[in-house]
Ligand binder design. Structure first.
Ligand code: GLA
Length: 415
């Protein structure tokens, strides 16, 4: 992949001085889905699969972009001073949005940090270098639109590489926040922090048990013993920009407002977010959410948040059986309460449940297509791929893709 990115860079932008190479991973989420924009917990892991990029700075105020995976490697050039208001919904929007988001961040550098003259000069120099532009050629072994956060990987890659090229220091947390902002503000997807955080903070062989309300996380060793993580791509392309993700987000926000109001009415201290509620408390207050669909969405968020907590405990004590049951229960809740599944994903998960050696299986990521994640005993992986693969082909009419994945580290410079 690195060689592919290097070749594309040479073909698109010529032999530039100072080309540097970077990588950022995609992610799989094991538990806690649609909880990250409700102040809840999630448990993603960075993958060994991701996006490789060749980058070089420019000084003429333009940005050159080429991807080996889109539009046959066609190169695009943009003037930094004339970027369109609407960046559109294609891959270039994520790269340009990341550049814009990093620039905004430097421009809005919190007061305290620019207090000293030296800091002020440092920020000025970084901004002027950033405005000079850059060239970027990428190649990916992460399937795009498969719910494995290819867009977050692209944002984290771009922000990490620009920091590397222009000597900008950002913590991993700030790389994640800058990348999330690129997606929220410039790609106009109201996603939570999970994907960008997982890509920016990945730790090999660890799950990141993240509290999205504080951004504190615990790295839990992924001791799966004789089991593997298998991803099955339904090849139904999902797009978070579609109206359903924002709609779920809104429904959860409405529920949180109603519940807080109800708690106040009953003289109780209102909770800061939906996922601060226990299931028991949710059941006490949820009658104030009159629309049954909206109530079910909120119930999913509260319960998946709880499942994520229970899953973390199960994983820590090596109880794969309970961990797997929680994963499968999460699918049922995403299917019935949150309604973000589709017949293809249901078929994949439901077939998986009946294969020997499967601890659990569910949708991973936003839903409406993309992948399922399954925890499968190593000795049953071949049988799993055969059984689920055949059932899928027979019913859906085309093959699903399978990936037995490794959990890897976050973004890095490749020398
Ligand atoms: C997408 C979003 C995340 C999260 C998941 C659902 O991946 O980018 O922020 O909301 O969906 O858990």
């Amino acid at each position: 992949m690195l060689e592919k990115a290097r070749q594309l860079f040479m073909n698109s932008f010529g032999c530039a001085e100072g080309v540097r190479y970077f990588f950022a991973p995609g992610r799989v989420n094991l538990l806690g889905e649609h909880t990250d924009y409700n102040g809840g917990r999630v448990m993603p892991c960075a993958l060994d699969l991701g996006i490789y990029g060749a980058f070089a700075p420019r000084t003429d105020g333009t940005i050159g972009l080429a991807s080996a995976d889109f539009e046959s490697g066609k190169a695009f050039r943009f003037r930094t001073a004339e970027l369109p208001e609407d960046l559109g919904g294609t891959w270039t929007a994520y790269a340009l949005g990341s550049w814009l988001s990093l620039r905004d961040r430097l421009q809005d550098e919190p007061e305290g940090q620019t207090e000293t003259a030296e800091n002020g000069r440092r920020v000025e120099a970084a901004l002027s270098a950033l405005n000079g532009g850059f060239d970027m050629a990428i190649a990916s072994d992460l399937p795009s639109g498969a719910g494995l956060s290819s867009s977050a990987a692209l944002e984290v890659l771009t922000v990490t590489a620009l920091c590397g090229l222009f000597g900008i220091e950002l913590s991993k947390k700030d790389i994640a926040l800058t990348s999330q902002r690129a997606e929220n503000v410039y790609a106009k997807v109201p996603c939570g922090i999970m994907d960008q955080f997982a890509s920016a903070n990945g730790i090999r062989d660890h799950a990141l048990y993240l509290d999205t309300s504080s951004l504190e996380f615990e790295a839990i060793p992924l001791e799966l013993g004789d089991a593997e993580i298998v991803l099955t791509d339904s090849r139904v392309k999902h797009s978070l920009g579609s109206s359903e993700y924002p709609k779920r987000h809104r429904e959860c926000e409405e529920s949180a407002v109603l519940i807080k109001r109800e708690m106040e009415r009953l003289g109780e201290e209102p909770v800061p977010s939906l996922c601060s509620l226990s299931s028991a408390d949710f059941d006490r207050f949820s009658c104030c959410i009159k629309d049954p669909g909206t109530r079910r969405r909120a119930r999913h968020a509260v319960r998946d948040n709880e499942r994520c907590g229970l899953g973390a405990e199960a994983l820590k004590r090596g109880d794969l059986k309970t961990f797997g049951e929680l994963i499968s229960a999460s699918h049922v809740s995403l299917r019935d309460d949150f309604e973000v599944s589709c017949p293809e994903l249901d078929l994949l998960a439901e077939t998986a449940w009946s294969v020997p050696g499967v601890y659990g299986s569910r949708i991973t990521g936003g839903g409406f297509g993309g992948c399922t994640v399954s925890i499968v005993k190593e000795e049953n992986v071949d049988e799993f791929i055969k059984s689920v693969g055949e059932a899928y082909k027979a019913k859906i009419g085309y093959a699903a893709d399978f990936y037995v994945v490794e959990v890897g580290d976050g973004p890095r410079v490749l020398e």
